[in-house]
Design a protein around this ligand. Structure first.
Ligand SMILES: [Mg+2]
Length: 359
């Protein structure tokens, strides 16, 4: 199934600033704009009132000036690469912003497939602004829902990337959400968070959420749904050393070709912590020194239809891992949490999607 990636612009693709700020920085009236921004953030004025007021500040704006402002603005790194990857997978990219269309439209040149923005009169302004064309936070939900419906996609096939409470309604509507350099309130309502200057890293987190959602859907080839069996109780050993985590490339029928943590099923009557130590030793030869429960995830493994409740454990162990069960794991490798292997075994993907990360 294809997917839809929805990006916010101000604060998300534009790092630490907004289109309005960048325009006013150029044409003047930055202080008046800052007052308007504060008023909007405090919900004292609406998005339409904000737009009408900025329209009067921007009498000198031309298309050439906008192009220059766009070129000089502090964009997050990797926008083109992310858009290319989305398109190469047959997926779709969309920008939804409350900012003016004459500014946001430039993102089409950088690879965004669909841009939805507030409808302003053409620059230089000869016409007044029509408040009806100005988007508000609830419109983001409507436009996302329309785009999903037009493409026949469920909400689970959509990821949104945003930074502020104007993305709040959209984040409440969708299950896959990535907070990018976001304010605390939005970060709390997001599935995962990213802080930094590279959209590729935020997008990688979005992909993990999509993969986990696909795993939960457990669609077999041909569209038939595999019968789900279980639930089974599993354990994982998240072995962390020098900031890197141990993953093995799986060979068995369960998640073949994916990268997962050491682990396996809990035996009848077995304490889960003991199962972690046993599985780690059987598979890698490593003896766990300390164990700490992280949390659990619930996953239907797409390839087999088996439903696993996995109890994840943070483990410290010394020595080098060996491939002791050659029919189960091809090799063990250490990966930085910010450069994870692809694809990741569903229970590991779900743990990553919770936002947990090694200290
Ligand atoms: Mg924003």
């Amino acid at each position: 199934m294809t997917a839809l990636h929805i990006f916010d612009m101000d604060g998300t693709l534009l790092r630490g600033t907004t289109a309005a700020t960048e325009i006013s920085r150029r044409v003047g009236g930055l202080e008046a704009l800052a007052d308007l921004e504060r008023g909007f953030a405090a919900q004292e004025i609406t998005a339409a009132e904000f737009a009408v007021a900025t329209h009067t500040l921007w009498g000198e704006v031309t298309g050439e000036l906008v192009a220059e402002v766009v070129a000089a603005a502090p964009w997050i790194e990797g926008i083109e690469e992310v858009c290319r990857d989305i398109a190469a997978r047959g997926e779709h990219s969309m920008l939804i912003t409350m900012s003016p269309d004459f500014f946001a439209g430039h993102l089409l040149e950088r690879g965004i497939e669909v841009v939805r923005a507030s409808a302003w009169p053409p620059v230089p302004f000869a016409a007044p602004i029509d408040p009806a064309g100005i988007l508000n936070p609830a419109d983001k939900v409507r436009l996302a829902a329309d785009e999903l419906a037009a493409r026949g996609l469920p909400r689970s096939a959509c990821v949104a990337y945003g930074d502020s409470m104007s993305d709040g309604p959209l984040f409440a509507f969708l299950e896959n959400t990535v907070a990018v350099n976001a304010d605390v309130a939005l970060e709390r309502s997001a599935r995962v968070a990213y802080r930094g200057g590279d959209l590729r890293e935020a997008y990688a987190r979005g992909r993990v959420l999509l993969d986990a959602a696909r795993g939960r859907g457990s669609s077999a080839p041909g569209g038939a749904t595999a019968p789900v069996r279980g639930p089974f109780v599993g354990v994982s050993a998240v072995v962390v050393r020098d900031g890197r985590v141990l993953f093995g490339r799986r060979l068995g029928s369960l998640g073949r070709g994916t990268w997962g943590f050491p682990g396996g099923k809990v035996d009848a009557g077995e304490d889960p912590a003991r199962a972690v130590r046993r599985e780690l030793l059987e598979e890698t030869g490593l003896a766990a020194r300390a164990l700490e429960a992280i949390g659990w995830t619930s996953d239907v493994i797409p390839s087999s239809g088996e439903h696993f409740i996995t109890l994840h454990h943070l483990v410290s162990a010394t020595g080098d891992p060996a491939v002791l069960e050659r029919d189960k794991v091809e090799s063990w490798r250490w990966f930085a949490w910010d450069a994870l292997p692809d694809p990741v075994f569903a229970p590991a993907a779900s743990l990553i999607a919770t936002g947990w990360r090694p200290a």
